[in-house]
Design a protein around this ligand. Structure first.
Ligand code: SAH
Ligand code: SF4
Ligand code: F3S
Length: 567
């Protein structure tokens, strides 16, 4: 088979970014090549998000653009992966006949065979030996979970072949910059009434701790110094060793079970159970090469004191919590099925602050949140409560979303979307303004403090100054941490990429992006509390600073922009 080139674009959350990385690794191993130029690709894949309508719109417009291209290039293989594929199911192909392959996030281990079939029927079907184009055979390749992931009530998620995809991860130094994601749980069991994730990602599954620690070790050996553990309710992690099932020599992930951890430590901690606290401590102690350990996203409940204590006692665990509240109104929280009241949320925030907030040693606790405005029936009074909560918690930043009804969710079926669009927009802008003021105040409080800063790369602004386009910036940032591979975009990881940006999986690059003609270059780094600080460096020394953790004193804060100097 001729080598096929793949263009893979990723929308949505970090979970999707990791999925794309794993899929790309697997396809590369099978001989596919990757390109950042969609026009020259034989196969175009979109790894999609379905969390809000806006996220889906982007994919629809991309697919719309492919219509005419497919007429000119009938062999083109188009695949929709991820949450939109799972949520929309076969309807997606009916609406968009350009789509040949559909693969839900719970079925990604099957993607290579789906693609192989599609390439054989579509691509190779159009290449006749005489050189004359034939009409392609239309055979759709589909792998979706439907409801199967929730059918079994047993504790073991046996036959979880998706685990093999995580285990197959390629961790060569060229694939990874200084930073990487590691999945600890998949899926979600919370069923917040507005949310598609429990339907698209399936039941909550917890990976065996040995698999997670081994993955962290392999990443550290490949030069990764920062790991972000991923889960929709990451602090809900819990693995019962007595109930572990081994299949084909591989310990199987487990289905999540309801437990009432609450504020107290898990009573089974140490008794054959690896709790989230245990997992953090083990990764910290057993993988010293990981200099920064983060985790997202935390659920406000189930955050025992044991977790806070482990974070406090283990210096390489970051003082950063992303704990979405969604609303400050108890009535809204109830309708959203969040399972806590605002007083409980605030109690947790106070507990976390009293234990983890240590600005005197350069480690203030930074908290970020998510909010939905305009949830059905939300009144001005409900919204006022949200503002009060934001003022009280003082988030470093918040991701603020207008409620978007999602087909298949309880809210979509049972609660009419009755807050007018202009009211949603106004509340969104009001809350954004409140948050911007608080973020600015927090930024100013940092002036004079010295932080350990992980230098992630040339700042986006600097790259723009040097004439890079948005695409190049992302591509370049992907290589800034070291050489080749993917990384986080230094200065806009907070911009809510789920709704703002998409990411292209490209061939490895080796350019540093730092020209020798300029005297200084602006680098972007991150504190362990996830604050972004810009540092000016001399062009000659800048490349050696990237990917390292350096002490930096913050010298100024202006409109959320922190600047500092290496001390
Ligand atoms: N598991 C995470 C969030 C995952 S989705 C948690 O529970 O915190 C990311 C964010 O998208 C959510 O926190 C919520 O604020 C937002 N979101 C989810 N569904 C939405 C919807 N239907 N409309 C608007 N925002 C939504
Ligand atoms: Fe969605 Fe709620 Fe699960 Fe988060 S916890 S993924 S908001 S259902
Ligand atoms: Fe992530 Fe979007 Fe799916 S936020 S879990 S990719 S719906």
């Amino acid at each position: 088979m001729a080598q096929r080139t793949v263009y893979l674009e990723t929308f949505g959350c970090q979970m999707n970014e990791l999925d794309s990385e794993l899929v790309a690794g697997q396809l590369r191993a099978l001989g596919y090549a990757f390109t950042t130029d969609s026009q020259s690709a034989d196969i175009v894949l979109y790894n999609t998000c379905s969390v809000r309508e806006q996220a889906e719109q982007k994919v629809w417009s991309r697919l719309g653009e492919l219509k005419s291209r497919k007429q000119e290039q009938p062999g083109l293989v188009v695949g929709v992966l991820g949450c939109l594929a799972e949520r929309d199911g076969i309807d997606l192909i009916k609406r968009m006949p350009v789509v040949d392959v559909m693969c839900g996030p719970g079925e990604l281990d099957k993607l290579p065979s789906l693609l192989d079939n599609a390439v054989r029927t579509r691509l190779e079907g159009t290449e006749s030996e005489t050189g004359k184009k034939k009409e392609p055979v239309s055979a759709k390749q589909v792998a979706l979970q439907g409801n199967t992931s929730r059918r079994s009530a047993t504790l073991a998620a046996a036959e979880d072949s998706l685990e093999l995809l995580d285990l197959s991860r390629s961790v060569s130094p060229t694939d990874h910059g200084g930073t990487a994601y590691v999945r600890i749980t998949r899926g979600c069991n919370k069923f917040c009434t507005y949310c598609v994730v429990p339907f698209t990602r399936g039941a909550e599954i917890h990976r065996p701790p040995e698999h997670i620690i081994d993955e962290c070790k392999r990443l550290a050996d490949a030069g990764v110094i920062e790991v972000t553990l991923l889960g929709q309710t990451v602090n809900h992690y819990r693995f019962e060793h007595g109930a572990a099932v081994t299949l084909g020599g591989i310990v199987q992930p487990q289905k999540g079970r309801a437990y009432t951890g609450g504020h107290r430590a898990d009573p089974f901690r140490g008794a054959g159970v690896t709790t989230f606290a245990d997992l953090l401590a083990r990764i910290h102690d057993e993988v010293p090469g990981i200099q920064r350990l983060r985790f997202v996203t935390s659920y406000p409940r189930d955050f025992g004191d044991d977790v806070l204590q482990v974070i406090r006692d283990h210096p390489r665990i970051c003082r950063y919590l992303h704990v979405p509240a969604q609303s400050g109104s108890d009535r809204m929280l109830k309708m959203m099925n969040r399972g806590y009241e605002s007083s409980e949320y605030l109690e947790f925030i106070d507990r976390a602050r009293s234990s983890l907030d240590q600005p005197e040693i350069g480690r203030p606790l930074m908290i970020s949140g998510d909010f939905i405005v305009g949830f059905p029936t939300e009144t001005e009074e409900d919204f006022e409560r949200t503002i009060q909560l934001v003022e009280r918690v003082r988030y470093k930043n918040s991701f603020i979303f207008k409620y978007s009804p999602r087909p298949g969710t309880v809210a979509f079926d049972k609660i009419p979307d009755d807050v007018p669009e202009d009211v949603k927009r106004r509340r969104n802008n009001t809350l954004l303004a409140v948050q911007a003021r608080i973020s600015d105040e927090i930024a100013r409080e940092q002036v004079g403090r010295t932080f350990d800063l992980m230098i992630e790369g040339v700042s986006k602004q600097e790259q723009k100054r040097r004439g890079a386009t948005h695409g190049q910036i992302r591509k370049n940032n992907a290589v800034m941490l070291t050489v080749g591979g993917k990384g986080m975009n230094p200065d806009d990881a907070d911009s809510g990429c789920g709704s703002g940006c998409s990411h292209v999986h490209g061939a490895s690059e080796t350019e540093s992006g730092i020209g020798s003609h300029d005297e200084t270059v602006q680098l972007a780094g991150r504190t362990d509390g996830d604050l972004i600080v810009f540092v000016e460096a001399r062009s000659e020394t800048a490349p050696a600073m990237i990917g390292r953790i350096l002490p930096v004193r913050v010298s100024s804060a202006d409109k959320l922009v922190l600047r500092g100097e290496v001390v």
